[in-house]
Design a protein around this ligand. Sequence first.
Ligand code: MSP
Length: 675
Amino acid sequence: MPTPKAFYVTTPIYYANAELHIGHAFTTLAADTATRFQRAMGRDAWFLTGSDEHGQKVDQAARAKGITPLQHTDALVAKFKDLWKTLDIRYDDFIRTTEERHQKAVRHVLSQLHEKGDIYSATYSGWYCTPCERFWTEKEVPEKLCPDCKRPIEELEEKNYFFRMSKYQQALIDYIKAHPDFIRPENRRNEVLGFLAQPLQDLCISRPKKRLSWGIEIPFDPEYVTYVWFDALTNYISAIGYPDDMARFHRYWPASCHLVGKDILTTHAVYWSTMLLALGLPLPEILFAHGWWVLSGGKMSKSVGNVVNPLDLVAKYGLDAFRFFLFREMVFGADAMFSEESFVLRYNADLANDFGNLCQRTLPMLLKRREGKFRHGAATLPQSAEIAALARAVKADYIKAMDNFLFHEALKRTWDLIGRLNKFVDEAAPWKLAKEEKWAELDEVFWLVGEGIRFCAHLVQPFMPGTAPKFLEQIGLPVTFLPLPQLDWGQLPDGTVCREPSPIFPRLDTPRIESLKKGDKPDKTEPAAKAPRAPKHEAGAAAPAGGAAPAAATTVPAAAPTPAATDGLIDYDEFMKTHLAVAVVETAEKVAGADKLLRLTVRLGEETRQLVAGIALHYQPEQLIGKQVVIVKNLKPAKIRGVESHGMILAAGTPDGGLAVVTTDKPAQPGIRVK
Ligand code: MSP
């Protein structure tokens, strides 16, 4: 009997030419979290990461230091591994492209494709920059200067080897169309299909040794080494036994998911997929391209020197707070803005106030009033059944989200339960029950909260492997996690005695938070706190707040007429009464019983709000998730089909009678005013 296929997840192998930053840490933590989740589900899982060590950049970096390329990459790889250890990343294998097992597989792939006629030699001509050691096409160099270093370039002819990528273009298009879940999220899939709509060139896969010797020698021509991407992509199969141990290989291949940043989607979706098609190997099940962490000043980049070092954040705030922040803050698939302020705000709101405080506000009382003992009596409170049902629904949604790498969604759902439990404590007022000596009711309140803490500790464990056990310890349980399929509401044993709690996530008070508390607005463009005037309602529209009707969706609600507005023109002040803002769609779902309406939650900086939009006939909910939209922020709240709507999403009519939501041309800071 062959062993059943395991869950196999990979990260990109990072260039061993410089140190890693928060962006690299992010992808690797995503793979770690996904693997921990799969194991919690009781599945066999394998997590691969590694280092990309060949190529010009590595060669140059080593030369600059006066050491050999391998000495240079050895030192960096040690640092990579140290970082992964500090971040509690438990990879199963680390592949280096300088290892023999990898080089052997690359040579095998090259020989196979060469024998098949899918690799051929041809003369390549182009414009060459000697200092940068790279070719440019005619179109890229209208002034015959290197676009990078601005030095003169020369026309050069060179023999090279090419991979017949064009031969597989149609097969790849057909495959992507037949497998809608292969490239995720959907907008990235469309991007790839857009790219493939143009004729695909064959891929130059060699470099003459006289120009670059730091690479894997081509088996059929010792004067050449192979191109770094051809080399690097093969790591995903060389690490699992290809071609020598095919039994092992088939246990893992096809990969369940290649996690990559959006910067390297084309190389994976097109180069790698066509290589696999040529080799006759199945394509990976999922190729997930997540967005970038950006800073308010733009993209993080080593050359600009504005990178965020994960170690600094971990040292300051703790590892699990850092891990939690990354996956709660970023809609997996979309870009996210990093700022330390948003980190602190989210930490205080979700970790210190919500989850941490659930323990802090109940366990000391349990110790004082009931000897710390959770007593599981008859469920008489009206909330008991409701909370049990919520917990089970949250678990089901959490599993679905995690299976689809929607980490933010899984955490958000978990926090729905935490939020409900905190609200329940407010409603039940245990301090009052204690005063009135209503012991049975009080015991039920404590048991529900204790059970909630246990339940949530299980759900957060893949994200916060260090602190999840502490929650179990505080409620007096041994640190053993049930496999998630066995986790159910009601398993906190009667008679469990809690421990004296110590704050797991103590509140952070930075001077900045203090100034926010004093009323300084984070967004300097916030309007004066004046009540907005009532918008004019479109006749026939379901309701304008939330853009429920196509016509309303395209119209900025007008303020009450003023003299300036009567001729159709308004002055700037009038326009500024409408507060338009950038928002990121976090969740979207159909409103039951209303086929035109979607209920959206959107994030504006630190604020999340719900709105209803009349766009359900034009967008599937999942197409909107992660999208940056523009909303009218200061529209009066309204109830649409019983659902509260706080704002209106802007959209424009399309020639085919459809609707296109308004978005920004480049990622903008969520919450920023549009004017
Ligand atoms: N060596 C290639 C990958 C070969 S895979 C067969 C490479 N390496 S890299 O060191 O440049 O790493 C790129 C990856 O780092 C991105 O795809 C992404 O996973 C991660 N990130 C780097 N910067 C990032 C952000 N600012 N934000 C999020 N992730 C980003 O490309």
